[in-house]
Design a protein around this ligand. Structure first.
Ligand SMILES: Cc1cc2nc3c(=O)[nH]c(=O)nc-3n(C[C@H](O)[C@H](O)[C@H](O)COP(=O)(O)OP(=O)(O)OC[C@H]3O[C@@H](n4cnc5c(N)ncnc54)[C@H](O)[C@@H]3O)c2cc1C
Length: 222
């Protein structure tokens, strides 16, 4: 496995606990939208603490981009990543991933599980191929919605938000359950892309398949 040491070029706040990191791109480095790499911080003691993160910018950009949620409740990699500055170095490795685009359908994400869909949807938008794609995005509160303005601009009415811990007329309220999915999905005979916490993936997968989705068309991050 190749190790690439790359400098952080830019850091932007995306939400209260998510930051976007733009990184130097090694020559010839490419990926499939939806794929990830193992990242570590190039500082003593952290070089071998590898965590997977997904590329969110497209291959045509001169930089790599990662969109990273911080878990501030313990001394892990994401907590340290959020404390880094422009000019600090990360180590990125070969590209891998379980999610990639297979055709129009429903994208169902929970929290930071949106990241593989960001790259896929940006690519489809660039290629003018978003027709037939709908995004259902579950978060706790409105302030947790990652890239809300961009996703709204790209998808319009095909961008559905559901919040579990906030009652706001502009969004659905609750968890993604069978009733909700039956209302939002007009055709189970299509592609489904699911990414989020393990429990959410398992529950949604079961609902989709029991409503007629072909298990082979349900793609989820393991
Ligand atoms: C293929 C793939 C792609 C991914 N892409 C992205 C991405 O693009 N962006 C993104 O934000 N995330 C992404 N993730 C998730 C990301 O890898 C994890 O959030 C990250 O590894 C967490 O690292 P950590 O060292 O901060 O936490 P870890 O120590 O690895 O802990 C992870 C989880 O355990 C909990 N936990 C562990 N130890 C403690 C403790 N002592 N006290 C309290 N809680 C604890 C944390 O709250 C957290 O939920 C991806 C995951 C996969 C599998």
């Amino acid at each position: 496995m190749e190790n690439y040491i790359v400098k952080i070029l830019e850091i932007e706040d995306v939400t209260h606990n998510v930051k976007c990191f733009r990184l130097e791109k090694p020559a010839g480095y490419t990926f499939t939208p939806g794929h990830a790499t193992d990242v570590s911080i190039n500082k003593p003691g952290w070089e071998n603490e590898k965590r997977p993160f997904t590329f969110t910018a497209l291959n045509d950009k001169p930089y790599l981009e990662l969109t990273i949620k911080r878990y501030a409740d313990h001394d892990g990699v994401t907590n340290h990543l959020h404390g880094l500055n422009k000019g600090d170095q990360l180590i990125v490795r070969d590209v891998w991933g379980a999610i990639e685009y297979k055709g129009p359908g429903y994208f169902i994400a929970g929290g930071a599980g949106i990241t593989p869909f960001i790259a896929i949807l940006r690519q489809l938008h660039k290629d003018d191929k978003l027709e037939g794609c709908k995004l259902i995005f579950a978060n706790k509160t409105a302030k947790d919605i990652i890239y809300q303005a961009e996703l709204t601009a790209m998808l319009g009415k095909s961008f559905i938000n559901i919040l579990s811990e906030e009652n706001d007329d502009r969004y659905f309220h609750g968890h993604i359950d069978e009733n909700f999915l039956k209302k939002e999905i007009s055709d189970f005979n299509t592609h489904f892309y699911v990414c989020g916490p393990d429990k959410m993936i398992a529950a949604i997968n079961e609902i989709l398949v029991s409503n007629g989705a072909n298990p082979e068309t349900v793609v989820f991050e393991k």
